[in-house]
Ligand binder design. Structure first.
Ligand code: LLP
Length: 402
């Protein structure tokens, strides 16, 4: 997005502010569709956990995306945004059976991720097809906290327990219509996807009722100019070809499914923050901004790099090195040793790649409000969430008499 546009929206709606460029979401969605154009039946389910704003969901629904939801609340948000129930896939981990029953009642496609629940489901709903999440034992992901497909991860049913799965399926006569996996997030190396694909396709061969294979997601996006990213076009070619071959072997045209979160929305988003203080210390000049880990926890939680630019000053001839930090009473550093155009109090900084896992992981820590959200799409700007107010902080609290 243009600097002037970002600045004028921040002026209009105040800071901190999330601004999303939905045109970028659309182009990423189309990029993915084109990359896998060789596949007959392709389904892209947006992993809504990345950003559940209803307007963002509507954009994706209009693009014909499906939705990947991991809680019954996410399912309900998708329904509210207008997704058809048949386009919502429920892929939770470790939830109660009651929540699974609720999803079945709503009519969404359910994925099961442990043997106990698989057995219970098979006994209760033998005629309602379910998908099974497999843990392929592949180590992948940009940080240990987001690597979820390895042998010691809590997610999915271990590939080494395939015989147990088959026993339960045979015993309950339940219908398995899909197999699923998701190995992690921020995976730039295609080899990890290819390796996991083979594991999953081998497992598919063990069942004769499969209709779709869900390869999850985890595509890495660039966080700065020249940064490495998953080569989605190359991946589309390699995995698309392998999948088509497999369908012939299997004897049925299966649906190839992906659940991208970051790939679709990360780059669309910006967190706009205002400089409260420029604070030189013996070694470091800190820039203190009116936001913190309560609005963007990724740098602190996963050591994630988020590019930062000073949109108030575009004079590149005067730069300095700063550490950009938050206002929370914790060490909430957005970025250390960053070269920025000279920063002054009151300047507006742009924290890039704040479309995924930013608002959706935001909190009220330090009793701060969560910011407003603005979306720009096809030449129009929309306020899509109001800034919280003091009433939001107290609404659910019960003020007892003491
Ligand atoms: N499918 C499943 C089953 C998932 O658990 C996830 C993400 C996705 C799809 C989407 O993955 P993505 O395309 O966004 O990489 N909060 C972390 C990422 C955690 C992702 C959790 N699951 C972050 O900010 O890096």
């Amino acid at each position: 997005m243009e600097r002037e546009h970002l600045l004028s929206l921040t002026e209009e709606y105040g800071s901190p502010l999330y601004i999303y460029d939905a045109n970028k979401i659309e182009s990423q969605f189309n990029r993915m569709v084109n990359a896998f154009s060789s596949v007959n039946k392709l389904k892209i389910n947006y992993a809504v956990k990345a950003n559940t704003n209803i307007s963002i969901l509507k954009v994706l629904n209009n693009l014909n995306s499906g939705a990947d939801a991991v809680s019954i609340q996410e399912v309900k948000l998708c329904l509210k945004a207008g997704f058809d129930v048949s386009d919502i896939f429920f892929t939770p981990s470790g939830i109660s059976f009651k929540e699974i029953e609720e999803a079945v009642t709503l009519g969404v496609q359910v994925t099961l991720d442990n043997l106990t629940v698989l057995k219970k489901y098979g006994e209760k709903f033998p005629t309602i097809p379910a998908c099974i999440r497999i843990n392929p034992h592949v180590m992948a992901g940009g940080h240990s906290k987001i690597s979820v497909g390895h042998v010691d991860s809590k997610f999915g049913i271990s590939i080494s327990q395939l015989d147990n799965i088959k026993e339960i399926v045979a015993h309950t006569k339940m219908v398995v219509n899909g197999l699923h996996m998701h190995t992690g997030s921020d995976i730039s190396n295609i080899d990890a996807f290819v390796e996991a694909t083979e594991v999953l396709l081998n497992a598919v061969k063990q069942f004769d009722t499969i209709e779709f294979v869900d390869f999850g997601s985890g595509f890495k996006v660039p966080y700065k100019k020249g940064d490495n990213e998953t080569n989605i076009e190359a991946m589309g070619e390699i995995i698309g070809k392998r999948f088509n071959e497999f369908c012939k072997e299997y004897g049925r045209d299966l649906t190839l499914l992906f659940e991208p979160g970051k790939f679709l929305v990360s780059e669309s988003g910006n967190l706009m923050v205002k400089v409260n203080v420029v604070k030189p210390t013996p070694n470091i000049t800190f820039i203190g901004v009116n936001s913190g880990l309560n609005h963007l926890i990724r740098p602190m939680m996963y050591d994630a790099y988020h590019h930062i630019t000073n949109v108030s000053n575009n004079n590149e001839t005067q730069q300095a090195i700063y550490s950009v930090v938050g206002y929370i009473c914790e060490n909430d550093t957005f970025g250390s040793n960053r070269t920025l155009n000279k920063v002054s109090q009151g300047n507006i900084l742009r924290i890039h790649n704040s479309g995924a896992y930013s608002f959706s992981m935001a909190s009220n820590y330090n009793s701060r409000y969560r910011p407003a959200e603005v979306m720009t799409y096809k030449g129009k700007d929309y306020l899509i969430r109001e800034r919280e107010t003091f009433e939001d902080l107290t609404r659910n609290q019960i003020d007892i008499e003491l």
